[in-house]
Ligand binder design. Structure first.
Ligand code: PEP
Ligand code: MN
Length: 362
């Protein structure tokens, strides 16, 4: 719950609220003393009594249930750094690319080459795959982490891979994984979120296909409350109505909504949303036009042979075409080198045109 103090509240009145909460067994933090917004836990303290304390303007809550992740606490964007790669803020959209699963050294090297040639700043591949069927390929496990570590050195590119179980976190630390993905199925695996938070490794948090934007932000709050401010949110499609042809439905609106509610970077995964490679590029463009600060796409040098999600994997030329299109829209700078704040690139192109519409009716 948030206690918003009056503009002219005195320091004594702020302290009065903190003392009152403590005297009733709660805990309170004054995150922004100058604006005097106080976050109170637990949420079951009597809001009526709190509202009556001197200097209090109003009580907000108990929803939304997140504070560290909220834009109210931090109006300016967070920039998450992964081995020097910057995600969020005014930085050009980041491309995270790679195969769904690490299958072999040769496969990973070919996918990494395609990702790097397309301009990807991070390489992603799953070593521990969450699969709906227990008969499907489950990933190479530790061998996959070892291959990722080797290919990272070869291409000098940080790696992202999914942490599926708390029990394997030590292995991820041993192989110095640069960023942990928490998959859609695990968005509300609270022990996993806490463990990812305690690890201190930047986290890529996918939205569950049935989760609201607020639930997604509360999941991010678990990570942040465990001491890890480096969370990147990833929209990857929600459960579609039966009339929708794609695997999931990319929730374009969730991108600006999440960005208005949180300071954390928001990226999009058009691959899992589309489920078919031919739709990935237009969805990617639409996501960036809507304000996504990066993309996560699956790339495979030989998608027909992929052990996992081959149908949605981009071929290497398609990955290059994706970046060409983003450059054409000037969503990313013309040269694949980082640009500084204020450089001449913009998200000026219209969302509908980016998604493939041939014209606009006004
Ligand atoms: C994946 O990233 O390969 C994956 C399984 O994604 P999601 O958790 O979004 O289903
Ligand atoms: Mn996949």
């Amino acid at each position: 719950m948030l206690v918003v103090m009056k503009e002219r509240a005195t320091l004594g009145e702020v302290e009065g609220v903190l003392t009152w909460v403590a005297s009733r067994g709660g805990s309170a933090e004054c995150h922004r003393p100058r604006e005097a917004v106080i976050v109170v836990r637990p949420d079951d303290l009597d809001p009526g009594e709190l509202a009556a304390l001197p200097g209090v303007a109003r009580i907000e809550g108990p929803r939304p249930g997140y504070w560290l992740a909220s834009r109210r606490r931090q109006p300016e964007d967070t920039v998450v750094q992964v081995r020097g790669r910057r995600i969020g803020g005014e930085n050009p959209p980041v491309l995270i690319a790679g195969p769904c699963a690490v299958e072999s050294e040769d496969q990973l090297v070919r996918a990494a080459r395609a990702a790097v040639e397309a301009g990807a700043q991070l390489l992603r591949g799953g070593a521990f795959k969450p699969r709906t069927s227990p008969y499907s390929f489950q990933g190479l496990g530790e061998e996959g982490l070892e291959l990722l570590a080797r290919v990272r050195e070869r291409f000098d590119i940080p790696v992202v891979t999914e942490l599926r179980d708390v029990g394997t976190l030590d292995l991820f630390l041993d192989y110095q994984v640069d960023m942990l993905q928490i998959g859609a199925r695990n968005m509300q695996n609270f022990e996993l979120l806490r463990a990812a938070g305690q690890s201190g490794i930047p986290v890529l948090l996918k939205r569950g296909p049935a989760a609201s934007v607020e639930e997604w932000l509360m999941a991010a709050e678990y990570v942040m409350l465990s001491g890890n401010p480096n969370v990147v949110l990833c929209e990857r499609g929600i459960l579609p109505p039966s009339t929708v042809a794609t695997r999931y439905q990319l929730d374009i609106a969730a991108i600006p909504i999440a960005r208005s509610l949180t300071h954390l970077p928001v990226i999009a995964d058009p691959s899992h949303a589309a489920g078919a490679r031919e739709y990935v590029l237009p969805l990617a463009e639409a996501a960036i036009a809507a304000g996504a600060q990066g993309l996560l796409v699956e790339v495979h040098a030989d998608p027909c042979q992929a052990l996992c999600d081959g149908r949605q994997a981009l071929t290497p030329p398609m990955a290059r075409e994706l970046m060409d299109r983003l450059r054409r829209h000037r969503y990313v700078p013309p040269m694949p080198t980082p640009v500084t704040r204020g450089a001449a690139w913009s998200r000026g192109d219209d969302l509908a045109l980016a998604a493939g519409a041939r014209g606009l009716r006004h």
